[in-house]
Write a protein that binds this ligand. Structure first.
Ligand code: SF4
Length: 470
């Protein structure tokens, strides 16, 4: 297989299994497993393929996709043939998104992705969440009930499946287009940037959020896919007309957004009620049984670690493994007595199993040497920040380390954003990589000024202008 044509590599394209992306450490192959769910055996198989065909590094992207790094172009066709033959990935033709929707993990019961007809039927009946109503969470060490304030209210995977199918019929949708489907449960996806946000506001009813903060609805889940399609079709048309200026839905001027809203026939509604920040690691107990959310530090681990984790999941009788947007893996259905040993094993592997792990509050891109554009070793610097800035992160602050302005790891604002430039970092408080820097500092200076009592610590801890970390 040859490298993708230059026109395929224009700004805004996304890598996939068939379209690898050249990076500083070889070609990056992004996998989209069917329904973003794997079995333990499939996870072990992917770890083996990453070791055999890649450089052994595996990542989970900010949108919950698996990535194999360091693949050689000469063996890429063989890798793709294996991935497709073993149904480890699904690929759609065209330049649109390989996966348009994002849902929270642990709402995928029964364990396999819904068949399209099953999904349509579930959505058309406006059924309440297949995942069940009760959803309590607790840490590995300290059981804790989050209460019933925010139970899942819709079948988010079924709705996502129908929107995926409908989205594939819309020509010209940008590859990065993202629709978040949030079931209104405890794993809120509020911290993730997207083009459209579909959030359950009552059983079988959703509101549709636009990037400018307006909300439309309420809409029955059965009607939601068509309303989303109306909005996305108009967006795709404007993108086609002006691809450089309108790449995301947030780029549309208010007058065009007004026209789109008018076309849906929907009224504006109040935003969904705020929910507590989600717990991003640890032990969970759902209506269907045990579950565990395990994070990869900064979204990355080596193939050997992934292989051992897959074997531990097999031993724990895990039913399925969902890819978590918090750059981790969500293990559903381990035997009750096996959850704690699974978490303990993952901790010994250096993975994240506690919700207050400071590494969960730092997003970092691949950086040097993995990325050709990188101006810093973002992951190594993030590890140093996780240690030195632990007191700041314990206050709920979020940090984003981006080795260049492109911002691959996080689109949304963070409390502190560091953008690699000429051996140092542009320092941005409460903004994105494109925000106004307050200073350019090297890493030792940043670490020193993030200590309690120092100016950067005070400034970031008094932020209050950015949303919850995601
Ligand atoms: S943000 Fe820049 S340096 Fe980091 S992975 Fe993306 S392109 Fe590379």
């Amino acid at each position: 297989m040859n490298a993708p044509a230059p026109e395929a590599l224009r700004r805004g394209w996304c890598p996939s299994a068939l379209k690898p992306m050249e990076t500083g450490d070889g070609w990056l192959v992004r996998l989209h497993p069917p329904g973003a769910v794997l079995t333990p055996a499939q996870l072990i198989r992917i770890a083996g393929l990453a070791a055999h065909y890649g450089n052994g590094l595996v990542e989970i992207s900010a949108r919950g996709n698996l990535q194999i790094r360091g693949v050689a172009l000469s063996t890429h066709p063989e890798l793709v043939a294996t991935l497709l033959a073993e149904r480890l990935v699904e690929e759609h033709g065209g330049d649109g998104p390989q996966r348009l929707t994002l849902v929270a993990p642990f709402v995928r019961f029964p364990s396999h992705r819904p068949h399209p007809e099953e999904a349509r039927s579930a959505v058309s009946k406006d059924v309440p969440a297949r995942s069940g109503a009760s959803f309590e969470t607790r840490t590995a060490s300290a059981p804790q009930d989050e209460g019933s304030c925010c139970e899942p209210r819709i079948d988010a995977p079924a709705l996502a499946e129908v929107i995926e199918i409908r989205g594939r019929t819309i020509p010209g949708l940008p590859a990065k287009c993202l629709v978040i489907i949030d079931d209104g449960g405890p794993l809120s996806l509020d911290g993730f940037a997207c083009d459209l946000r579909v959030v359950a506001v009552a059983s079988g009813t959703v509101a549709i959020g636009l990037p400018d903060g307006r909300w439309l609805g309420p809409v029955a889940t059965a009607r939601a896919p068509e309303q989303v399609a109306v909005l996305l079709t108009a967006f795709a048309t404007h993108h086609r007309d002006n691809p450089d200026a309108i790449r995301r839905l947030r780029d549309l001027p208010p007058t065009l957004l007004d026209e789109m809203i008018l076309a849906t026939g929907l009224s504006q509604t109040t935003p969904p009620a705020a929910r507590p920040a989600p717990r991003r690691a640890g032990r969970f107990v759902t209506a269907q049984g045990e579950a565990a959310l395990i994070g990869l530090p900064f979204g990355r681990c080596d193939a050997g670690t992934l292989h051992r984790l897959g074997e531990a999941a097999l031993r724990a009788a895990v039913a399925d493994i969902a890819l978590s947007p918090w750059r981790g893996l969500a293990f559903s259905g381990p035997a009750p007595a096996a959850t704690e040993p699974l978490l303990a094993f993952a901790k010994r592997l250096g993975l994240i199993v506690e919700p207050d792990d400071p590494r969960l509050s730092i997003e970092a891109c691949a950086g040097k040497p993995a990325c050709l554009r990188a101006q810093s070793d973002a992951m190594a610097d993030a590890a140093a920040l996780a240690e030195a800035a632990a007191p700041l992160l314990a206050t709920g602050a979020s940090i984003h380390v981006s080795a260049c302005i492109k911002s691959c790891a996080r689109m949304a604002a963070s409390d502190l954003t560091l953008v690699g430039r000429e051996g140092g970092y542009d320092v941005i408080v409460a903004g994105t990589t494109r925000g106004e820097p307050i200073a350019k500092l090297d890493l030792p200076a940043i670490l020193a000024r993030l200590r309690p009592g120092q100016d950067l610590f005070t400034r970031v801890s008094e932020r209050g202008t950015s949303g919850p970390s995601g």
